[in-house]
Design a protein around this ligand. Structure first.
Ligand code: ZN
Ligand code: ZN
Length: 768
């Protein structure tokens, strides 16, 4: 049989997953000679042997590749034979000019490593930093590509002879595992008091931490992507103390449980949910809680039917959870609205008032990455916060070939960078209000393009001039476009699902700046191949109070009623929002609503939720934006009977269709007079919005409907909307790999930027 030598180039997600060892073993099995190496563009192989064997080798490269790896391209080239006799792994070239490989996310401990951890006599028995080619830290420890130990935060740990032998043994699971470590050469634990004094080390540190958790203390733990705060999830007093100290009064707290068996003692788990929980990304999954259980009642709002649960993500978490035998609260190590802590000394300062003890280690975290949050909608995993386990994997968007940058929004920010058909999304970077989050945002903006080796040619940001991200955009010397907030929401879904116009984009959210300078949020946008327009929207209303109104649903409710019925509303003393305000506050609001210059105008469905929550007297003050809307969802979900929609008629105006909530409000107030159960009223409100979505879709004459924007984080609304629209024959899409909230803006902005550049190139091409 004739001998051949082939040069094989593999591109995609091929580094850090044991790809080279896999290639090595495969070449051995096939009896081929040659070599494999990692370079920044991907994996390069030269293999020599009989031509038919080479062909089956190349086939197996694709069909047998390691779990999680993604091959986007295999190219081959015939070379002259060199007569080599064995196969080897060559070191990475250090002078690569182009960085094109993907960076892997951090992956939860694999089953084999968990087994090592609990196997008496194993040399990694109870070692909290064990990992292998298939699991462990990646993105949080990578300094630069190509992915090799000297370019990670493991560089200062010299391998011991045993680890070195495993690292060099192609038959070993840890062959070329860059973060390989063991008790004699790797990172170690220590337990600090709030003064930073070492109380215990190694196993003793772990055991003292467990004692503290059993006693109801708050432990700050240096995890994979940053500090977490841990506390016994059954201890209401400890949970309350954590809430107060962290200034997180109402938002639900995530839990970590030992294994699927423990989760099932507290929650219902579907097959899709179980797969998410136990997968290598190991996100927080929102699950329906069981009624009878011994968890602290203050983990979530009273009405919340769900719990956010994750399984252990690192060996350290496995040890803690198994030793303790009870679930832990595992929430981000930060004060409310601030970035995650990653460094011990910083944690001592920032978490001093929260944590009783600090369980730390000496492996640096180079990049903060929060836990991801996912729920299952219509059988599909749907992101609520995309971070650990997912970031910075790209989404395939073949249309976008140029290197571009998008700066995202202001809340729940993410960044996006594109290159050759792929869009890389940063991890969730959070709200950009505090100076510390702004600093961190600037840092990511500066370092992420370098890490990915992308030099953007142009950038996109939101049209809102007050967003911190928009302000940063002005400081970057690149051609820039501003993308309308709700257009970006719709385009994010188009990018994710590869959709083309024509389609109808329902963008329902809190507030975003519209092209008419009012605050949109209840829009139906028509996207045609020739451009887009605002096709329909919620009848705009004024509200007063600015930022304060976002925490006071009564302000929104009275603004809405005042816009409809004028001064007469002040006489209607039966209205819950009037009763909720002190006389002085009511007087100020009355004056403000009578002065258009003190008001803002909005068409936001998110704000309509606020108004309803206030009118039902469900909630009159919020600790975070959207809290009232969330409670309204929970209240509606508690209604098990049928719920007739109230009318929200569409009325034609010269600019488009206007959805008028007045008949809904009249009907609601009548139902309140009848003292109908409030869960029924909340359910009727949801049914009304779902009916409105259907009417808007049928009115549009379009077949494809996109649902996007923060309102579609509402599980009840989204699930019912998908159902009713699909039954009526529409093709329905919603954000799944990116969140429906502002975390998806950057993805939409980058597609809008690409589209704009294409149009401009087209126009200038004609004028030549
Ligand atoms: Zn492993
Ligand atoms: Zn070692």
């Amino acid at each position: 049989m004739p001998l051949q030598r082939q040069r094989i180039e593999l591109r995609g997600l091929v580094q850090g997953l044991g790809f080279r060892p896999f290639v090595y073993r495969l070449a051995q099995e096939h009896g081929l000679a040659g070599w494999v190496l990692n370079r920044s563009e991907g994996v390069l192989i030269e293999a020599e042997g009989p031509s038919s064997v080479l062909a089956s080798f190349i086939e197996a490269l694709n069909s047998q590749r390691p779990p999680l790896s993604v091959l986007t391209e295999i190219s081959t080239e015939l070379l002259p034979c060199l007569g080599e006799t064995h196969f080897q792994i060559l070191p990475s070239p250090t002078n690569s000019t182009e960085t094109e490989a993907w960076i892997l996310p951090d992956l939860a401990t694999c089953a084999a490593c968990v087994q090592d951890l609990f196997e008496a006599g194993n040399r990694r028995f109870r070692y909290p930093f064990t990992n292998c080619t298939y699991c462990g830290p990646r993105y949080t420890i990578i300094q630069s590509l190509p992915y090799d130990r000297p370019r990670t935060s493991m560089q200062s740990f010299a391998m011991c002879p045993d680890c070195e032998a495993e690292y060099r043994d192609p038959g070993d699971r840890r062959f070329h595992a860059q973060p390989i470590a063991c008790p004699s050469c790797g990172p170690q634990l220590s337990l600090w008091n709030p003064l930073g004094e070492v109380i215990a080390e190694r196993e003793a540190a772990l055991q003292a931490s467990e004692k503290a958790l059993q006693a109801g203390q708050i432990l700050a733990l240096k995890g994979l992507g940053g500090f977490q705060l841990l506390v016994d999830a059954r201890n209401a007093e400890a949970v309350a103390r954590l809430r107060t100290a962290k200034q997180r009064e109402a938002k639900p707290l995530a839990l970590m449980m030992q294994d699927l068996i423990q989760v099932k003692a507290y929650c219902q788990v579907s097959a899709e949910e179980a797969a998410l929980l136990t997968g290598p990304q190991a996100p927080i999954v929102l699950l329906e809680r069981l009624k009878k259980q011994n968890l602290a009642p203050n983990l979530t709002q009273t009405l919340n039917p769900r719990l956010g649960i994750m399984l252990p993500t690192t060996p350290l978490h496995h040890l803690l959870l198994k030793d303790l035998g009870f679930p832990l609260v595992a929430t981000s190590g930060n004060l409310s609205d601030e970035p995650l802590c990653t460094e011990e000394q910083e944690a001592l300062v920032r978490l001093q008032a929260i944590a009783d003890l600090f369980l730390v280690h000496n492996r640096p975290i180079l990049r903060p990455v929060d836990d991801s949050v996912v729920h299952v909608i219509a059988g599909q995993p749907t992101q609520l916060r995309r971070a650990r386990g997912y970031a910075p994997l790209p989404l395939a968007v073949p249309a976008i070939q140029a290197p571009l940058l998008a700066l995202g929004g202001h809340l729940k920010n993410t960044l996006a960078l594109s290159r050759k058909g792929q869009v890389f999304l940063s991890q969730h970077l959070g709200d950009l209000d505090s100076p510390s989050s702004q600093n961190q945002y600037r840092h990511h903006l500066h370092t992420l393009p370098k890490l990915l080796g992308i030099e953007p040619e142009a950038l996109a940001c939101d049209t809102h001039p007050d967003y911190f991200s928009s302000q940063q955009a002005e400081r970057i010397a690149l051609p820039r476009i501003q993308v309308q907030h709700h257009l970006a929401h719709v385009q994010a879904v188009m990018a994710e699902h590869g959709l083309n116009a024509p389609l109808l984009g329902m963008a329902w959210d809190g507030l975003g700046l519209g092209t008419d300078q009012t605050l949109w949020g209840g829009e139906a946008l028509e996207l045609l191949p020739t451009g887009w327009q605002r096709k329909a929207w919620l009848r705009p209303f004024d509200f007063a109070g600015g930022e304060k109104a976002l925490r006071k649903p009564a302000y929104i409710a009275l603004g809405l009623l005042h816009s409809l019925w004028g001064e007469e509303i002040w006489e209607r003393s039966e209205l819950a929002p009037l009763q909720a305000l002190k006389t002085s506050e009511r007087k100020l609001l009355k004056q403000a609503l009578a002065s258009p210059e003190l008001c803002q105008t909005t068409s936001s469905i998110g704000r309509l939720f606020d108004a309803l929550a206030s009118l039902l007297d469900l909630r009159q003050s919020c600790s975070f934006e959207g809290e009232a809307a969330i409670e309204l969802e929970f209240l509606a979900q508690s209604w098990s009977g049928s719920a007739e929609p109230w009318p929200i008629p569409l009325q034609f105006s010269k600019d488009g269709w206007i959805a008028n909530p007045e008949p809904l409000l009249i009907a609601l107030l009548a139902d309140l007079q009848l003292n109908l159960p409030k869960p029924l009223l909340a359910a009727r409100f949801h049914a009304s919005l779902v009916q409105l979505l259907l009417n808007l879709a049928q009115n549009s004459g379009l077949e494809t409907v996109v649902l996007s924007g923060g309102c579609f984080q509402n599980r009840l609304l989204l699930t019912q909307a998908i159902q009713i629209l699909q039954r009526a024959g529409f093709k329905v899409y919603w954000p799944q790999q990116v969140p429906a909230n502002d975390g998806s803006l950057a993805l939409g902005q980058i597609l809008a930027l690409h589209t704009k550049r294409k149009e401009t190139a087209h126009v200038s091409g004609h004028s030549r």
